[in-house]
Ligand binder design. Structure first.
Ligand code: GLU
Length: 329
């Protein structure tokens, strides 16, 4: 009897990132080099856990991934589940992981988990974390409690929700957090322990439109309005502002938004990194009460970068009128 045949099917694909990187010429730094098969060679336990389907879909630094590439990755992952995979794992660079995970989560229609992971140390560095993260990702992917939770980010033995996770450190091994809510769970001695119940999921259809752009600007002290004024002229379909504090801008930005908000969807989120935007507290010019009166949406719990992903996908499927209901308090 072939024992492999009784194991669940697990599909794993790599897109590049530090987890795939090795040093080349001295002084030249590390670059994406290892395909998915090579990454898995360092985690032999995986073949005892599941029948693996392996694909290398890219060898990019994650800052160079884009929405079109992610839609291709999504099509591959959906196909794998439709062909019987219990779960799917993607490895990629950690720099944009908080954005790619949320993008895919908004479009992931299955109970089967889509688990994303990476590494903070390159494969050629001592103490590299790629193999441990891959093993934990597989443990999460195959755990019954992971079903129905959409896209999960597994780093450093913690399991994070795609909508909440953020990279909060540039080089530290513990680089990922879910500010305000904490991780959904953790991997303890190979067992996945969830500390939070699965929430209700909302999923969007695939975008029919993909050529539009959504701008992201950050409010900052004594900022001029030149770029803000240029947004409509440059043809952007939407705008997100990483606002001060609970979702605020200067009075001069507020004046420009008075003209902009009736012409395109505008979200003001918080640049603080944690906590929701306010709705009913501040009444000064540029405060959230003033902004909402001008037709601006408040980002709620979503960080500015995730707001931009959401707005791009909503516009892509003609659902920008529903924006308010997608912004959690
Ligand atoms: N630290 C990043 C990584 O973990 C750099 C490169 C990238 O994001 O692709 O992969």
């Amino acid at each position: 009897m072939n024992e492999q045949a009784n194991l669940p099917r697990l599909s794993i694909a790599s897109l590049g990132g530090t987890v795939s990187m090795q040093a080349g010429a001295p002084g030249g730094g590390v670059r994406p080099k290892m395909g998915c098969d090579e990454q898995l060679a360092n985690v032999p336990q995986l073949r005892e856990m599941a029948q693996l389907e392996v694909a290398t879909l890219g060898l990019l630094a994650s800052a160079s991934l884009g929405f079109a590439a992610l839609l291709d990755v999504l099509a591959w992952a959906r196909g794998e589940v439709e062909r019987g995979a219990r779960a799917v794992i993607l490895t990629q660079g950690t720099d944009s992981l908080e954005e790619t995970a949320y993008f895919l989560d908004l479009l992931w229609p299955f109970d089967a988990p889509l688990v994303m992971t990476g590494a903070m140390r390159a494969a050629s560095q001592p103490g590299n974390d790629g193999p441990a993260n891959l093993l934990a990702a597989a443990q999460v992917a195959l755990a019954q409690g992971s079903r129905g939770r959409g896209v999960l980010v597994v780093m450093n033995d913690q399991v994070h929700a795609a909508a909440r996770v953020r990279k909060t450190a540039s080089l530290a091994m513990a680089a990922f957090e879910s500010p305000g809510s904490g991780p959904l769970g953790e991997v303890v001695e190979g067992i996945v322990v969830y500390r939070q119940a699965a929430g209700r999921r909302q999923v969007l259809p695939l975008p029919q439109r993909t050529e539009h752009c959504v701008a992201l600007l950050e409010a900052c002290l004594d900022a001029d309005t030149a770029l803000l004024q240029a947004v409509a002229r440059l043809g952007y379909a939407g705008l997100v502002i990483a606002g001060f504090g609970a979702g605020h801008v200067s009075s001069s930005w507020s004046e420009v938004l008075d003209e902009l908000a009736p012409t395109l969807p505008v979200i003001v989120a918080t640049r603080t990194g944690s906590g929701p935007t306010a709705r009913t507290t501040y009444g000064f010019a540029g405060g959230e009460i003033d902004l909402q009166a001008k037709g601006v949406h408040m980002g709620g719990q979503l960080c500015p970068r995730k707001c931009r992903i959401l707005l791009w996908l909503l516009i892509g499927s003609g659902r920008q009128q529903q924006l308010h209901s997608w912004l959690p308090r």
